[in-house]
Design a protein around this ligand. Sequence first.
Ligand code: NAD
Length: 485
Amino acid sequence: MSRRVEIHGHTVSPEHYIDGARVSSPTTFKDRSPIDGSLLAEVCRGDATTANLAISAAARAFPAWAALGPHGRAPYLRRLADLIDANVDHIAEVECWDMAMLERSLKARVIGRGARNFRAYADLACAYEERAWESNGTANRVIRHPSGPAVVITPWNAPFMLSTWKCAPALAAGSTVVLKPAEWSPLSCSMLFDLVDEAGFPPGVFNLVQGMGEEVGAALTTDRRVRRLSFTGSPETARLIGRAAADNIVPFTAELGGKNPFIVFADADLDAAAAKAALQYDDAGQVCLSGTRLLIDEAIVDDFLVRFHANVDAQVLGDPHDEATTISPLIHPEHLARVAGFVDRARRNGDEIVRGGKQPELGGNWYEQTLIRPRSNNSEVVQHEIFGPVLTLQTFASEEEAIELANSTEYGLSGILFTSNAKRAERVGRAVRAGTLWVNCFLVRDLTAPFGGAGISGIGREGGDYALDFYSDLKTLQILDGTVS
Ligand code: NAD
């Protein structure tokens, strides 16, 4: 009989899910709520033995899952999507306690995106048409072969949505999967596996292990039976996993951090730009795609700032369960200290703290929405991802300078541009180095578009057919014309 814990009216398993069953571990780790520090669960702490069990199960299940083909696999993904839709509130309420994203955002869009991920990939995999063409007297076709067991490792922010975003294409393409979510917010992913069980996935096809990155995470990524490694997290961890991928010659995809420019030209709708700029503090800035470097045309910076401050002043720090709250606490006291450390060093280095820069009276893991005008473009707060409610403010005098500043970090995940000039939107949109560049909008997503980062923001692309190709071994089949009938 598997163990379950009660979390504010919801029962959740703190165990792994391997080979179609809940599996325990002799040791556990404490999972605390970022909202009040309360202990939510003692979660099973996987180790090398757990990793071996999970990969063995995924390897055993692989041939039959691969043989089902996309149409045979799609019903499982669609059933899972339906079950997620039916459980959105249940999952959202637990993820709110576990990660502290606003409950109303989780209920309205974030958790439901998990269902969309499974449905979209079931449809896309079924819609694949093998490319076929004639050349050199042969008939050519491109065939997708499932590649084998995949390990998926995810970060603590938006854990349910990000994990499903990676696992859905893997499963649709015919990989079997071992998912390891982050240790600071492990619970909503565990809830996913109650639904995997209910959806009737064959044992071993979709497995969950919980635990520390350097323990069970490292054991998973170094196992030679794993044929795909898919990671979302920090560049530091990506370097470690990349080395394991190199040792075993395994394709590796990495969605990493960002230091994304938010560019506003004098010709932009300033009300819209300032309102969106203030929204970069959402989720306490713990969003990889946030436009954290405000690059503002010097001709309108004062007007922009008046509007920006008015929007930020209207934001409310508080309990993410409350309807009125707009800014939630940071995930963990350690992360809070890291964010505060960036601001303290900036202050000591002579960067100007324009607003915020300390913990509010609320205490806990909250941190004020902070705006810093750096002394130079080389300031640490401009060049390094902070992953908290901290934005920098710089001005530019020309389009060329805006592009130069935008491209002046090692990152290249996303960019946001506000202008009303179509030619400028095209020119700057093309010139800024980024995996996704939004003009006059933010976070509008089409799941079939390629998604990923340039520079140290990532390797490879997810989204649409890009992800299905990643989890496949593509084969070119060539048949000499006139030799078969
Ligand atoms: P992290 O790199 O510390 O951890 C991510 C995951 O890797 C966790 O599950 C962790 O347990 C695991 N891990 C750690 N060490 C490991 C090891 N040696 N071997 C295997 N696994 C290991 O990142 P984080 O702090 O959880 O997440 C924040 C980072 O994620 C930020 O940089 C953020 O920008 C990035 N992020 C990127 C995207 C994107 O789509 N590009 C989305 C969300 C978050």
